[in-house]
Design a binder for this molecule. Structure first.
Ligand code: GLC
Length: 799
């Protein structure tokens, strides 16, 4: 007789003993008596991938996150077998896999010290309601271990003691500690005993991370479905962990240089006359600006790919006039397509069957700005192709230069959960699944399709895309912002942490809505936020507009002057920021470095949140409080010059730094050579006739780089770039700079103007490429500057 029709709840299940081991080149399979298989792939000497199945067979191996350009290859691989364990050895790591329970311990191959060890290790729970497993992993936390990463979390930079969820969520006016918000980036870096390692849990279901919150000495992560599939990345430098994670998930191509300029946005600038007023005011007040945004009101009834005839009767003319004045037009495009048989995009999507459907067949209907909408399934290649094609008119004909993808978590209004129901079906590039699996990559696939559209129709110019939702790897296609923040001092601090955290999570090209999206800043808050924003890779003011204006002149003249001054600093620093973008794009180096990433050996940095390094050599610390005349901040070890006063400061301690409203704490690393442009009102306004190099003296050595190319187009990929490496070395009475150049690009300017800062000696002679310079030609009165031919390879300055 059947007594119970319920499936038996078995609780947590664990692998049993290993019964079989198989090696297939660099893929190792360990099978247990209860049908669990661990597949260990050696990707690099310091990167191992672990995949588990509980049913004796793996699903198709498919990932949206992993870049096709990810490096692979290792120097050494050896597998040995003792009584209790298998031992996998590379030139950097030793991994023990215990035969009795499949648990793993990973050691540094050089000094045999423990890096990371499974606590319970892999375990799972059967999910009767949804099918499949809830897959779990737990690790023992080491003494003093700290945790960083996870994308856009608005919490303390160090994640220790907290639990997080990854589920892309529309989060209007989120607060400090709101979780989750817009992005799902399941990657973290851990640090203990001067050793850093990273974990990338490549699972797109809803995932959770617990950093010693539930149990003091245990870190765990789990997902509501899919595979336990994670990458272990060893440092021991955190910098190398981040670089390797970024290598795995990819970097963007170089953006057009204008995209690193200042952007102005509001919900919404319309009609055309309002847009023109705003752009004219920038030029009139001489506040540099490169991009102007059109939010949803430019459309006809919020129908994507249409224009409101009343407000924008002739978009092509307007966009051209703006372009003639140096403004690039960026327009918003959301995923929701209005249900309207008279609307061609809707009709076409319907005819071609491109919209997402519920499990039993009806379309996924949801309300967004246009009212009831259907939503393209961007996880189908043919839908992405169709979507890309929709940009032809906007980009090729009208001349729009950038596209802003919003609401792509995907956001749905007035429903519980604010998104699609779980049963919605997706193609997932030929791996059909429910929304539970596709939710976190929906926005990414939309941005990817948009990027391909822009790339095609803007060619041979570079595309520019910005997205709100993202999963790991999204950085390959687009920039991002932190969504709907609030005009508060607390949010200024959050924006700083989020930008650092995103950079640490492989996504450097990010910035906040400067001044705050919801509510309104006062002038002081706005000015302090601009000061921070100019050091973020993406620099845009945006606001909901409900509470008043948020342009640089919306406050008073003093504020306008401060804002102008800082935006001008950004424009001067463009070659520095561009070089840093190149290092990110080419070498996977994050453009912002939290102090812990900059100097992990100094434990003072482990809980720091406000100070960060922009590029490699500028130390920045925003003012986070009203009425400040300055602040205390930690200066990392080494020697630093105050950017304003050139005063030299030795780091390794907290220091008070003066910063009235027209200043913020900025320091330059001793020995740095910082390239600068003249101030321009927009990128390309002026032909650069001379490049300024601010040379900061150092007793010792320091290397700097300068990357240049045509600032747009793709010729740089064919070698038409110029990369200069500067090696500076100084002692008590000498400063030597050696310069090596690579690449075929010829810059417009012929000379460098060197500003020599902080020389501790009076200059008696200068030799440029072995020829003495007449000291009369060198301006030492006041500005200590020296002009040299740009092809110079060696400069010797003696006291
Ligand atoms: C969302 C976006 C915001 C945009 C608004 C209207 O709230 O996050 O940036 O202005 O929608 O499109």
């Amino acid at each position: 007789m059947i007594l119970s029709t319920q499936l038996e709840y078995k609780g947590d299940l664990f692998p049993s003993n290993i019964t079989n081991y198989k090696k297939d080149v660099d893929v190792l399979h360990f099978s247990t008596a209860n049908n669990v298989i661990l597949q260990l792939t050696v990707l690099r000497d310091s990167v191992l991938r672990f995949r588990y199945t509980t049913v004796g067979k793996f699903e198709n191996d498919f990932s949206y996150a992993i870049s096709e350009n990810a490096s692979s290859g290792y120097n050494h691989l050896e597998i040995t077998d003792d009584q209790e364990k298998y031992i996998v050895t590379t030139s950097r790591l030793i991994c023990h896999i215990h035969k009795s329970d499949l648990r793993k311990s990973i050691f540094d191959a050089n000094n045999k010290s423990l890096i990371c060890e499974d606590e319970k290790g892999f375990h799972w729970e059967e999910s009767y309601e949804l099918g499949g497993d809830i897959v779990k992993m737990s690790k023992t936390a080491q003494n003093g271990e700290s945790y960083y990463g996870l994308g856009d979390k608005p919490n303390h930079l160090n994640l220790k003691g907290r639990r997080f969820e990854n589920w892309a969520t529309d989060s209007y006016a989120y607060g400090k500690d709101t979780d989750p918000i817009y992005k799902a980036i399941p990657f973290y870096t851990a640090l203990h005993n001067n050793k850093a390692y990273g974990i990338f849990f490549d699972n797109t279901f809803k995932t959770y991370f617990d950093f010693c919150h539930e149990r003091r000495n245990v870190t765990s992560f789990w997902a509501q479905g899919g595979e336990m599939n994670y990458y272990f990345i060893y440092g021991p430098k955190m910098h190398d962990v981040v670089v390797n994670y970024t290598d795995l998930t990819g970097t963007p191509e170089l953006p057009p240089l204008w995209a690193l300029g200042y952007h102005q946005c509001k919900w919404s600038y319309y009609p055309e006359s309002n847009v023109k007023e705003i752009t004219a005011k920038f030029r009139e007040l001489k506040i540099p600006c490169d991009a102007i945004y059109l939010d949803i009101d430019y459309m006809e009834g919020f129908r994507c790919f249409t224009w409101s005839k009343d407000h924008f009767p002739d978009p092509k003319r307007m966009v051209k006039e703006l372009a003639d004045d140096g403004f690039k037009t960026v327009v918003i495009i959301d995923p929701g397509i209005k249900i309207d048989m008279d609307y061609s995009v809707f009709r076409e999507g319907l005819e071609k069957d491109y919209f997402c459907k519920r499990a039993d067949g009806p379309y996924m209907k949801g309300k967004v700005w246009p009212g009831e909408c259907y939503f393209p399934d961007f996880t189908r290649p043919e839908v992405r192709k169709w979507w890309a094609g929709l940009f032809k008119e906007l980009i090729e004909d009208i001349g729009v230069k950038g596209v802003w993808n919003d609401m792509n978590e995907p956001a749905v209004m007035d429903v519980p959960g604010k998104t699609f129901p779980n049963d919605v079906r997706h193609d997932y590039d030929g791996n059909p699944c429910s929304h539970r699996k596709a939710h976190n990559i929906y926005g990414m696939q939309m941005a990817r399709a948009t990027y391909h559209g822009l790339k095609k129709f803007n060619y041979p110019k570079r595309p520019f895309v910005i997205t709100r939702a993202a999963y790991s790897g999204t950085q390959r296609y687009t920039s991002t912002w932190m969504g709907d923040n609030v005009a508060s001092w607390e949010h200024l601090q959050i924006a700083n942490i989020q930008a650092q955290r995103l950079a640490l999570s492989g996504f450097s090209f990010a910035g906040s809505d400067i001044g705050g999206f919801a509510e309104q800043p006062n002038g002081e808050l706005y000015a302090r936020w601009i000061q921070l924003g100019i050091f973020h890779p993406f620099c845009r003011t945006h606001s909901s507009g409900d509470h008043g204006d948020q342009e640089p002149w919306a406050f008073d003249e003093e504020i306008t002057d401060v804002v102008r001054k800082f935006i001008e600093i950004r424009y001067q620093l463009l070659p520095y920021l561009y070089t840093s973008f190149y290092q990110y794009s080419q070498d996977n180096v994050p453009m912002l470095k939290s102090l812990v990433l900059f100097d992990q050996d100094d434990s003072q940095t482990h809980y720091r949140t406000d100070e960060f390094i922009c590029g490699n050599q500028l130390l920045i610390c925003p003012i986070n409080e009203p009425n400040s005349k300055g602040r205390r901040m930690y200066i990392p070890k080494g020697e630093w010059f105050n950017f304003w006063t050139y005063e030299l400061v030795s780091g390794g301690k907290e220091t008070w730094v003066d910063a009235d409203l027209d200043r913020m704490p900025i320091f330059v690393k001793a020995g740095a050579i910082i390239p600068k442009y003249p101030v321009q009102q927009y990128v390309g306004e002026k032909t650069i006739d001379e490049l300024t190099l601010d040379v900061y003296y150092k007793h010792g050595k320091e290397d700097s780089e300068l990357y240049e190319d045509a600032n747009d187009g793709f010729d740089y990929k064919k070698g038409r770039y110029s990369l200069r490496k500067f090696n500076l070395s100084g002692n008590d009475n000498k400063l030597i700079i050696r310069i090596h150049k690579r690449g075929k690009y010829h810059t417009s300017y012929k000379t460098f103007k060197l500003n020599l800062i902080g020389l501790p000696f009076k200059v008696k002679s200068i030799k440029v490429d072995n020829e003495y310079v007449d000291l009369k030609d060198v301006k030492f009165n006041g500005d200590n500057s020296l002009v040299v031919n740009k092809e110079v390879t060696n400069i010797q300055i003696k006291g």
